[in-house]
Design a protein around this ligand. Structure first.
Ligand code: 5GP
Length: 190
């Protein structure tokens, strides 16, 4: 589609596509965790996915969050801002992410979580983009794999915008750099 700014936004998953994707992932996670699970969301991008996932699951679910901040942007090195509130010792934990890109966030947080001695730790991501992978991370549950597009919507932001876009869309980062609000009109169209 072309929005009011005249810039391209390509829909990868509309809200129906998101729904069926979440249902599939929730069924897979549920099937693998008969004893229930602690879903650990990585703030803030995973929030819409985690909320939908939790409601679509057919097992006992507890929810907690981790929050991180980059040490210095672009290095992939992160620092823990908010730790877990729940004791996950001996529990099955599924870390929920918006996107696994380089995998550095996932690698860092998996190491942090493993220190809490869960019985089992899995990684679940809504979007998997392996092309820029820098850490040996292989998510256990994936909503959608994409080749190389920059994506926004369904939790994924550009400078804090678009997290509430009810779809996953590929956007042109050069357009967003020029005008971070370029796709705001898309919020009101669907
Ligand atoms: P990592 O490179 O450590 O796997 O991912 C770090 C974070 O970068 C992700 O959790 C996400 O917040 C952000 N990120 C990576 N790729 C994209 C993208 O295509 N779109 C958006 N909006 N954020 C991204």
């Amino acid at each position: 589609m072309t929005d009011a700014a005249g810039s391209d936004l390509r829909i990868l998953l509309d809200s129906r596509g998101i729904e069926s994707t979440v249902e599939r992932v929730a069924a897979d996670v549920s099937a693998d965790h008969n004893d229930g699970v602690v879903l650990v969301g990585v703030l803030r991008g995973s929030v819409p996915f985690l909320a939908d996932l939790a409601r679509a699951m057919s097992i006992r679910v507890r929810i907690d969050f981790l929050s991180i901040t980059p040490y210095s942007p672009g290095t992939g090195r992160v620092r823990l801002l908010k730790d877990l509130d729940i004791d996950v010792t001996g529990r099955d934990v599924v870390m929920v992410e918006d996107i696994v890109d380089t995998g550095l966030t996932s690698e860092f947080l998996s190491a942090q979580l493993n220190r809490r001695n869960p019985r089992r730790l899995s990684v679940c991501t809504f979007v998997d983009r392996p092309v820029r992978r820098a850490a040996p991370v292989r998510p256990d549950y994936v909503g959608i794999g994409i080749p190389e597009e920059f994506v926004i919507g369904y939790g994924l932001d550009y400078e804090g915008r678009y997290r509430n876009l009810p779809m996953l869309a590929a956007a042109n980062p050069a357009v967003l750099k020029e005008n971070p609000d370029a796709h705001i009109a898309a919020l009101y169209r669907f």
